[in-house]
Design a protein around this ligand. Structure first.
Ligand code: ADP
Ligand code: ZN
Length: 605
């Protein structure tokens, strides 16, 4: 969300100006006021006036002499001091001048205090006020109010009408359904209170990055038409112990004043991580978390403050935070499925000019595994590509190309591959596609290309899933491993050589094979024993082995066997279709890009 930070630079500027004005007052104006009737004359005139006995009184100051004449005592004359004039005093005595008494009355002490202290303060204060007003006006223009948060200095931003509604969030129907209840509650709390039901105080939105958690929280506020407070968990964690806790207190104070309202805490894991008993742990974070827990306990379920929090590391949260009465409801916000992707694409495509009749389902199919944020990015990339090609509408091909850009990077126009390398890449990619197509359970290919990409890929095969797969059978996984190894297999068979081009395939195949044994219980010997723990399931899913060293050795052996077996299978499939392999590779070599349909028609002739 957009946040308005106070313009710090301007503030410094204004204080600078105030300082200069005070300075000017002190150095120019005040002496000027004091010396209004002083006349400067030169020293020789002074001497001649003394000798002419025109002077009645004089005052010798440190660096000047002030005197008045007998004629008119209201005019004060001033002249400099000439240090070498040793006869000054003699001359004055001779001329009967009174020179011990002061000529100019010292300004009264009260006046002094006023000019030196009060006036500057008034000027500073006035400027401060002026600044505040201007800042307030700016905020009002942005439809945003800012709350200073006492000593903690934290800022909470309320955006009363951001205008995001559930309809702006495509897909995520389950999450929306779940949150619709909250909206209903905020609209008609009576209905719930009458029966004695209380709303959950806190709702945890969990899911991978970019799936629309922030959007959903905003949409709840938008639908219920209540203020939306947003703060990131990391903003609570400060350098000094106690600051975070104070921010939490202030946040809840503000929220209660504005109730009913939504408080959204993004990345709550920054403060809500499990407290460990270690001495010298993160005191500040723990204090902040404790304060949050206290605040949540402190208000009754029905006072209209509903806290939404987002995280992509739910397993790392402190159990105290997720127990009933606090964040007791968990709403999963998962990566969109095929239909969800199609809808998200449509929502974002509304914001750009598109040619009519775009097949969004097709685009969604190609973008398997993409998050909402990535899909939004794909549409934007497509629009940029349209502009680059001097068109004023986005075409289907723009969308398809931008998926490839997001997956594999831009086309490397000037990468020069030798013919031999190009041939090897063609065989490699056809190998993947051929084995994928021949194994009935594998998804057919969408597109094969051997144009190098900035990501470093020299070519790739885009497989397409026809529908959604929630489950994968053992055979599915084995086939997939076979497909990964097929690139290398094709090189071996057709070119009798192996290249470094298979490194990514090897990585993927190994990962799958290992997961089959350690996590999916698909090995006969180990059966349904978990040999690996997965942490951070929404952030790539790091796995750590939990077994003895001997078992680890056995796992490694089994992984090797498994991959070898599938590699052999892939080689067999390719050998059986060697003629097709050459034909397809030749075609790809010449055309550089072929579609799934072209591929299938050559395969089936
Ligand atoms: P998160 O908080 O889960 O990391 P955000 O809510 O910040 O993700 O989403 C980032 C951007 O991705 C949004 O601004 C929006 O453009 C896009 N987006 C994500 N999910 C969706 C969705 N379901 N529908 C429409 N746009 C989405
Ligand atoms: Zn490959």
């Amino acid at each position: 969300m957009k946040e308005i930070r106070p313009p710090k630079k301007n503030l410094m500027l204004y204080y600078g100006i105030a300082l200069i004005i005070v300075g000017l007052l002190n150095f120019a104006l005040i002496p000027y006021l004091n010396n209004m009737s002083i006349q400067d004359i030169d020293y020789s005139t002074f001497i001649s006036m003394t000798e002419a006995e025109e002077i009645s009184r004089a005052e010798i100051q440190e660096n000047q002499i002030l005197f008045v004449t007998k004629e008119d005592e209201s005019v004060i004359y001033r002249t400099g001091i000439i240090a070498s004039d040793t006869k000054l005093v003699d001359r004055l005595v001779e001329a009967d001048v009174l020179f011990a008494s002061p000529i100019v009355e010292e300004a009264s002490p009260l006046m002094n205090i006023f000019t030196k202290w009060i006036l500057p303060m008034v000027v500073f204060f006035g400027f401060g006020q002026l600044m505040n007003k201007r800042m307030m006006n700016k905020m009002a223009g942005n439809n945003t109010m800012m709350f200073g948060m006492g000593k903690s200095n934290a800022k909470i931003y309320v955006q009363s009408s951001q205008g995001i509604k559930f309809s702006d969030v495509a897909g995520e129907d389950e999450a929306k359904e779940n949150l619709a209840e909250i909206v209903d509650y905020l609209h008609t709390p009576k209905k719930y209170q009458e029966i004695g039901a209380s709303m959950p105080k806190g709702i945890l939105l969990v899911g991978p990055p970019g799936t629309g958690k922030t959007m959903l929280a905003k949409a709840v506020a938008g639908e219920a038409n209540v203020p939306f407070f947003s703060i990131s968990g990391s903003e609570f964690v400060e350098m000094f112990v106690g600051m975070g806790a104070s921010k939490v207190r202030d946040l809840f104070k503000q929220a209660k004043e504005k109730a009913p309202c939504i408080v959204f805490i993004d990345e709550i894991d920054a403060i809500g991580k499990k407290r460990d008993g270690r001495i010298g742990g993160n005191d500040e974070r723990e204090q902040t978390l404790n304060q949050l827990l206290t605040e949540m306990d402190g208000f009754e379920g029905n006072n209209g403050v509903i806290i939404l929090a987002a995280t992509n590391r739910p397993e790392s949260l402190d159990p105290a935070l997720t127990r009933p009465g606090r964040f007791d409801r968990r709403v999963p916000v998962e990566l969109p499925d095929l239909k969800g992707r199609e809808e998200i694409l449509k929502v974002h495509a509304k914001k750009v000019k598109t040619e009519p009749g775009i097949d969004y389902l097709q685009v969604a199919r190609m973008a398997s595994g993409a998050s909402g944020a990535e899909l939004a990015n794909i549409v934007n990339e497509a629009a940029l590509r349209a502009v680059r090609n001097h068109r004023n509408t986005v075409l289907q091909s723009d969308l398809e190309e931008s998926i490839e850009v997001v997956i594999a990077g831009y086309e490397k126009k000037n990468a020069v591959l030798t013919n031999k390398e190009k041939m090897a890449v063609a065989y490699h990619e056809i190998g993947h596609a051929l084995v994928a197509a021949m194994q009935t359970n594998s998804a057919p290919v969408q597109k094969i290309t051997i144009i190098p990409r900035t990501s470093g890929a020299l070519g790739y095969t885009m497989q397409v899933e026809e529908g959604n797969h929630y489950l994968m059978s053992k055979e599915d996984i084995e086939n997939r491993i076979a497909t990964y190894t097929a690139g290398r297999a094709a090189e071996e068979i057709a070119l009798h050589t192996i290249t470094t081009g298979a490194s990514n395939d090897i990585e993927q195949a190994t990962k799958l094979a290992r997961a089959m044994i350690t996590r999916f219980g698909m090995d006969e010997e180990f059966g349904m024993v978990a040999l690996e723990n997965v942490s951070n399931q929404y952030l790539g899913g790091d796995a750590s082995l939990v077994c003895s060293l001997e078992t680890q050795t056995r796992i490694d052996e089994k992984v090797t066997q498994l991959v070898k077996k599938q590699h052999a299978k892939a080689k067999n499939i390719i050998k059986e279709n060697e003629e097709k392999l050459h034909k397809l590779a030749q075609y790809l070599y010449e055309h550089e890009t072929i579609t799934g349909d072209e591929f299938m028609s050559i395969l089936n002739t």
